[in-house]
Design a binder for this molecule. Structure first.
Ligand code: ADP
Ligand code: GLC
Length: 485
């Protein structure tokens, strides 16, 4: 199949979260399955500056804008990337936010232009001698493309993946008019969401197939608690909605070969994990102690990730024999509160505010446990990375976390299937109870290594999930045929 994969971020060119990881590793897995795949992304300033010799391959007129399409390739699996070059993307830093942390005021214009470019390429208007069978869009930033394509007669099939339902791309009605979108799309069955424009609804209402990044989240988003107001629509389309759990890049995240680590290790050589532990304590200026458990945490510091639960739990957590090494950036009030705690308890809580890829790998390798107390989590990648690194995850029972971690209850321990600890309620006391439970298992010299090794043996590669996407693409093609007949 010829697949056009549209994403607003792509590792290593630009990344704010897990979408960037998926946007490279899923296409690489599909390519390994002999599929012909091109990735399309906005040509942000920092991206264009970081690559040499991007080749212009087309020019397109889209309403009153002209864009250039530039072609480059990622060393990873020699993937071809098509970048949309336009002055609207010629800005430094974060792809969505200005330096003051607020969204760029013209994000609707920026991503509507990107989506028009995706639709135009999909319809062969760029004269590239390459027309896709499938257009696969991701999150709100590319969600208008399925809507723009829906009315075309001989169009490719469309698939839309929700990575996070809580970011929908909502803009005022006036913006809708400025964007020159077709009048007939302004309805509740179209792009309107309570009198406003919703980019997300373009994907949800018009794609032939909708997926999200875990079966658990696919169920949850059909309920008012997780549906963000879109549960009715999702329930209505449940026959074309499915969940496919993300894989991970098992080359990039491999403790036996990870070049960022102080010392590589594997299942047969677990003692070498210890050198990474010491280095991590040093990096966070924590005392070199063996009798306390070292807990790692990495992520965007936003409500989704349960940062408030951690803050609520900290007064009790610091009474336990634990050290915490936390890396993240996000809401200023969370950053400030965490910094304050670490200043008051420097021997137990190390906090690094910022984005640091190398340190993220070192935390996965050096910690004993990995904490992910998310309030909701469409999939989550770090709990899979940590299992691969023999770092036992402590997670909340939600979304993809419950699909990828097996709780260390008595039954699962006995069966040899347990890989981590799961707690139920989103509350500080439950988080503390889970850490206590982890500590008692950590002291058990039979059970703990078993948890580590079972986690390290899990197959989180893209092999299965990429096959599931292929099946999804075939279903989308069949659905499109039915619609156009
Ligand atoms: P989300 O996409 O919701 O942020 P995921 O768990 O899917 O959550 O993916 C987050 C990705 O971003 C992981 O690869 C994680 O290691 C990385 N990451 C998040 N915050 C940071 C940070 N401050 N420094 C380095 N990597 C980070
Ligand atoms: C989103 C979700 C996260 C998921 C990632 C990649 O950012 O918050 O749970 O793993 O997308 O699909």
């Amino acid at each position: 199949m010829k697949i056009l994969f549209a994403s607003s971020e792509l590792y290593p060119l630009i990344k704010t979260g897990g979408l960037a990881d998926v946007a490279v590793s899923l296409p690489a897995a599909l390519k390994a399955l002999q599929q012909d795949i091109k990735i399309m992304m906005p040509g942000y300033r920092d991206v264009l500056a970081s690559i040499d010799g991007a080749k212009p391959i087309a020019t397109l007129s889209l309403l009153d804008h002209t864009i250039a399409l530039l072609c480059t390739s990622l060393p990873r699996a020699a993937l071809e990337v098509w970048l949309v070059d336009h002055v609207l993307f010629d800005r430094p830093g974060n792809p969505y936010l200005a330096k003051n942390g607020a969204p760029w005021p013209d994000n609707a214009q920026r991503f509507a232009l990107f989506d028009r470019a995706v639709a135009a390429v999909a319809m062969g208007h760029a004269n590239l001698d390459w027309e896709p069978d499938i257009v696969h869009c991701n999150d709100w930033q590319s969600a208008l493309a399925p809507a723009l394509l829906a009315s075309e007669r001989r169009r490719p099939a469309t698939v839309y993946t929700i990575h996070n339902l809580s970011y929908q791309g909502i803009f005022p009605q006036a913006t809708y008019r400025e964007l020159g979108l077709p009048n007939e799309l302004w309805s509740v069955e179209g792009l309107e969401f309570y009198g406003q424009l919703s980019f997300m609804k373009g994907g949800l209402n018009f794609a032939d197939r909708i997926s999200t990044v875990s079966p658990g989240y696919a169920r949850e988003i059909q309920t008012p608690e997780f549906g963000c107001g879109l549960e009715g629509l999702l329930k209505r389309r449940h026959t074309v909605l499915s969940g496919i759990v993300n894989g991970i890049d098992t080359d990039m995240w491999n403790p036996a070969r990870d070049a960022f680590l102080i010392k590589n290790y594997d299942r047969e050589n677990l003692v070498d994990k210890q050198a990474n532990r010491c280095a991590l304590q040093r990096a966070f200026e924590l005392p070199q102690q063996n009798k306390v458990a070292l807990i790692g945490m990495i992520g965007r510091l936003v409500e989704q990730k349960g940062v408030d639960l951690l803050l609520n739990a900290l007064p009790e957590l610091i009474k336990l024999p634990v050290q915490i090494a936390l890396l993240g950036a996000g809401q200023p009030e969370y950053e400030q509160a965490l910094r304050g705690w670490s200043q008051r308890h420097p021997n137990q809580l190390g906090v690094r505010i910022g984005y640091d890829e190398v340190l993220a790998h070192r935390i996965e390798a050096g910690a004993d446990m990995f904490l992910m107390p998310s309030r909701f989590e469409p999939c989550g990648l770090n709990q899979m990375y940590s299992q691969r690194y023999g770092t036992v995850p402590i997670v909340r029972r939600t979304g993809g976390l419950q699909d990828t971690v097996v709780d260390a209850n008595a039954e699962n321990i006995k069966a040899g299937t347990a890989t981590g600890l799961i707690f139920e309620e989103a509350s500080g006391p439950e988080l503390v109870a889970a850490v206590r439970r982890a500590l008692s298992l950590w002291e058990d010299s039979t059970v703990w290594p078993q948890l580590m090794l079972t986690g390290m043996q899990q197959d989180f590669s893209w092999r299965h999930s990429a096959q599931q996407y292929l099946a999804l693409y075939r279903q989308a093609l069949a659905d499109r045929r039915l619609v156009s007949v």
